[in-house]
Design a protein around this ligand. Structure first.
Ligand SMILES: [Zn+2]
Length: 492
């Protein structure tokens, strides 16, 4: 109606101006909406969990590890992660993705015997993929897929088994000869594809193999550690190349550390006990013995005080803190060597220079842990955590409801941007500390104010454009009110 009293040129100018203003309002509105918490959920939550087998927590101090250091600078680090007992590869990898102690998830060793199933588990044999071994727990990729999301797995222990009738959406069948770089390319491709995965797991066999062969104290471990750092660098570069580096939460950890062995530190069972009395299950330093029928007491008493470097437990007497008792796959007698000692039958058994499996409170058994990404704080270090706590943390990051677990989300929430302030005591100042938890409310208020300002500004500019040409010498005070608001917001 207003256009009836003005010229075609004025109409053209008016439309041009209004179009420009409308576009500015649209863009500013988009900025304001993007700041609202409800819109943050539009960015998919992504998490990549990486394990370098046997990467001890302090290996990063042995040589220059610039890629690990970059993650420490960009994210969080936990100095000591208490992993699950026994500190072996398969038990600990399953604890990481289930949040369960070993007795609760049922993968009680790299070698196991199930008397109920009358089956033997050997991690190196295809039978280890039998679902009956794995179905006592629900790994995170299954939970992720039950929620309608998709997962990808590159060689993570158990990830090529059908667990609860579910395989990962994408996975690589285990093949140790597949190079690390190929595993990374597969995973990055799954994160980058048209229907991207939200959760990925990646496993690499080193530095565990070299740690066993050389011993963790060997100087020859240094180039091995440097090579792992270079591999981490490759992963970072691939994520950056795909535009994912700041969109994927990256967790770098391991299953366990490594202790130095010696051929001088042996516990020889043959010296105390006839082999005819028992079946030997799994390998040092935690060995399960299945006594022959009626021989349990004889086996137990023969070993009980045999060697000061050997702890001997009946299954029901294993210390509660190990959470390694309540499962049929744990043998009636469990032998645990003192750190650095190896249980053998006699000296002809093969000896490794490095080993793990020991008490999970020993620093030598602890894995590395660094993480970075949109969910994590920056430059934040924490003294300790438990490996089982990482499961509820990952579920929280992925917005998944966790399965029943043994972890505690509250004890690791300080690693996250939306967690509590890192310092427990608030500063004694009258003003509240600017902690992250207040940011969503701040963003909501700011977004609402900007939205109101934009609507008011749009109406004022529209009225000005229309009325300026009809009513000469219109005061511009209203326009001056709206313009600075719009300009300020543009600068944001
Ligand atoms: Zn190993």
């Amino acid at each position: 109606m207003c256009f009836l009293s003005i010229s075609r040129t004025q109409v053209h100018d008016c439309i041009t101006s209004l179009t420009g203003v409308a576009m500015a309002v649209f863009l500013l509105g988009a900025v304001a909406l993007a700041m609202l918490p409800g819109c943050e959920a539009e960015e998919p939550r992504r998490l990549l969990l990486v394990s370098f087998d046997g990467f001890r927590w302090d290996y990063t101090q042995r040589v220059a590890t610039p890629n690990f250091q970059a993650l420490v600078e960009e994210g969080v680090r936990v100095e000591h992660v208490e992993n699950a007992f026994i500190t072996k590869t398969f038990p600990d990898h399953y604890s990481l993705v289930t949040g369960l102690h070993v007795e609760s998830h049922g993968i009680v060793g790299n070698l196991m015997y199930d008397r109920d199933l009358n089956l033997t588990f050997d991690m190196d044999l295809p039978d280890s993929r039998d679902p009956r071994w794995w179905d006592q727990a629900v790994p995170l990729w299954v939970t992720n897929q039950r929620a309608g999301l998709t997962s990808g797995a590159a060689m993570w222990p158990g990830s090529d088994a059908e667990i609860h009738r579910t395989y990962p959406t994408h996975f690589l069948p285990y093949n140790a000869s597949v190079p690390f770089e190929d595993r990374v390319r597969s995973l990055v491709g799954w994160f980058a594809q048209e229907q991207p995965i939200s959760f990925g797991v990646l496993y690499w066999e080193e530095p565990d193999i070299s740690g066993h062969l050389l011993g963790p104290e060997s100087p020859l471990m240094e180039p091995i550690i440097a090579d792992i750092d270079a591999k981490l660098g490759f992963l970072r570069q691939q994520l950056k190349g795909a535009g994912l580096y700041d969109r994927v939460n990256l967790v770098i950890t391991s299953d366990h550390g490594m202790a130095q062995m010696s051929a001088e530190r042996l516990v020889e069972l043959d010296a105390y006990l006839s082999r005819d009395l028992y079946t030997w299950i799994d390998k040092s330093p935690v060995v399960g013995l299945l006594p022959k029928e009626g021989k349990l007491e004889e086996v137990y008493r023969s070993l009980l005080n045999a060697d000061p470097h050997l702890h001997v437990y009946k299954k029901e007497d294993i210390p509660e803190r190990f959470h390694f008792s309540h499962n049929a796959r744990i043998m009636p007698i469990v032998l645990e060597a003192v750190e650095g000692w190896t249980i053998v039958r006699n000296k002809s058994d093969a000896i490794m220079m490095g080993n793990h499996g020991y008490d999970n409170t020993l620093p030598s058994m602890h894995p590395v842990f660094v993480a970075r990404g949109p969910a994590f704080r920056r430059r934040y270090s924490k003294a300790s955590a438990r490996a089982v706590d990482l499961y509820p943390l990952m579920c929280h990051i992925l917005a998944l409801s966790p399965e029943p677990h043994n972890g505690s989300l509250a004890s690791v929430m300080d690693l996250l941007q939306d967690g509590p302030p890192p310092t427990p005591a608030p500063p004694p100042t009258p003003a509240p500390p600017p902690h992250r938890a207040s940011e969503p409310a701040y963003a909501r208020v700011l977004g609402s104010l900007m939205g109101v300002a934009l609507v008011v500004g749009f109406l004022l500019v529209f009225l000005r454009q229309v009325t300026q040409r009809q009513l000469p010498a219109t005061p511009v005070s209203n326009l001056e009110i709206s313009r600075p608001l719009l300009q300020d917001h543009l600068e944001i």
